[in-house]
Write a protein of this length. Structure first.
Length: 446
């Protein structure tokens, strides 16, 4: 064993977790490929709020790396972090454009929400909340995230498209050419081919089945002229336009205090749901609880604060981490690998952009299959457990929000138990969160 391997073994406890350096690096690379889209999507959304695209791109990469390094080195979890989808849309379209405040003030709101997270992590409030979750809700969260990932994959590949009549429908397998001839709709067909391929490879226990599939579909898309090769190396943009540009003076009014609360509440449940779901998939739960949870929660809260200072919306744990877990990732070395690759994006972002969404869709879809297994552990014979679990699972994909699914799970769990005369089965923390979500929906809307 080399010196480096020995260091990794001692720090990340690889043998104890039944993994190896090679497996962890492969898992980290797999997770990175399924989530590197955020390096482009996040600055695209936040630039609509008036922020500099290049600066946000750099802030996205660095904040993700910070979160991954802390999560991996301190908490030893294979969970990657990056600025969250949904939270960036809320930042731009609801806060900046909807409320008419500057992006500098919005960044200050993100920073304050992150500081509250840090405080709550030290006071064990978040840890108490996660550990107080009934097992049925924990398993429902994992299964719901699986369906949510499946919807992201199907939508990204064009397999499911919008419909005025039925809300959604299946995308076409062909498109019409100029002369009326039918041409293959390659993104849809390649995504479906990739899904079948990853299932077959995994069935035969081929190591790195998902990453092999992603790379193969990417190569095929390039050969078919579907993927634009954007180059390899680019200069690192300046961070100056967004670095430490927070404006705290605008936070001193009721509406923006509510914005801080929403950032806090939404990220709390997005992050908590992802931690529970991905950790269960990795077999890291012990008696239904997460060991080292305080360190994991500290990692994402610190990343929020750092991200706001750098110039991006809230950073959170990523559901795409499940791809690395499915590839064998079990320790923080997976997360650290993602962090290194995120920093590499600063110079090699054009190369990362060459992987199309339909190439990562098969991996996400297959992860959905794996995570739905959690539903087997829900007490379906007890309707007071089954009904809230079902609503949790259903609301995540149908509202396109992990947070809304968890909110409905908490609210329905408390309501059903109360009306069925089993209020004593509801933990105090669950009552408190259910009431908080009801208040949020009533006073602030969805």
């Amino acid at each position: 064993m080399s010196v480096q391997q020995g260091l990794f073994e001692r720090w990340f406890k690889l043998s104890e977790n039944g993994t190896s350096v090679r497996t962890e690096l492969l898992a980290g690379f797999t997770t990175f490929l399924t989530m590197c889209y955020i390096t482009i999507v996040n600055p695209s959304i936040l630039s609509v709020a008036g922020m500099d695209f290049g600066a946000v791109f750099v802030a996205t990469c660095i904040s993700a790396a910070i979160g991954c390094f802390i999560m991996g080195a301190l908490a030893n979890y294979p969970i990657a972090l990056a600025p969250g989808m949904g939270l960036n849309a809320y930042f731009t379209f609801s806060v900046v454009q909807g409320m008419g405040v500057s992006w500098q003030v919005a960044l200050a709101a993100v920073f304050v929400s992150g500081m509250i997270f840090v405080l709550f992590s030290f006071l064990k409030v978040r840890e108490m909340l996660v550990n107080a979750l009934p097992m049925s809700l924990k398993m429902a969260i994992a299964a719901g995230i699986g369906l949510f990932l499946a919807l992201i994959a199907l939508k990204g590949a064009g397999i499911i498209i919008a419909s005025d009549a039925t809300l959604v429908k299946m995308g076409d397998l062909y498109i019409l050419g100029e002369n009326g001839s039918k041409l293959p709709n390659w993104p849809v067909l390649l995504a479906l081919l990739g899904f079948v391929l990853v299932v077959a490879l995994d069935y035969f226990r081929v190591r790195g089945a998902m990453i092999l599939t992603i790379l193969l579909i990417t190569v095929l898309s390039a050969l078919l002229g579907l993927t634009e090769f954007k180059g390899v190396v680019a200069a690192v943009p300046s961070l100056a336009p967004t670095f430490m540009q927070m404006d705290f003076s605008g936070l001193l009014n009721g509406s923006l205090i509510a914005v801080v609360f929403v950032f806090f509440l939404v990220d709390l449940f997005d992050s908590t749901g992802t931690l529970v779901g991905v950790s269960h998939r990795a077999g890291l739960l012990q008696d239904g609880k997460l060991p080292r949870l305080k360190k994991a929660l500290f990692a994402d809260s610190t990343a929020i604060v750092a991200g706001a200072a750098l110039g991006t919306s809230s950073t959170t744990a990523y559901v795409e981490s499940a791809s690395g877990v499915a590839a064998g990732g079990r320790t923080g070395l997976t997360a650290v690998t993602v962090g290194v690759l995120m920093l590499a994006c600063l110079w090699f972002s054009p190369l990362a952009q060459s992987v199309p969404a339909f190439a990562t869709a098969p991996a996400l879809l297959y992860i959905g299959v794996q995570m739905m297994r959690s539903a087997l552990e829900i007490a379906w014979e007890d309707i007071t457990e089954a009904a809230p679990a079902f609503l949790t699972i259903a609301f995540m994909p149908f509202t396109y929000s992990i947070a809304d699914g968890i909110a409905m799970g908490f609210i329905s769990y408390a309501a059903v138990k109360l009306l069925c005369g089993r209020a004593k089965d509801v933990p105090v923390m669950v009552w408190g969160v259910a009431v908080a979500w009801l208040a949020k929906f009533w006073f602030l809307g969805v």
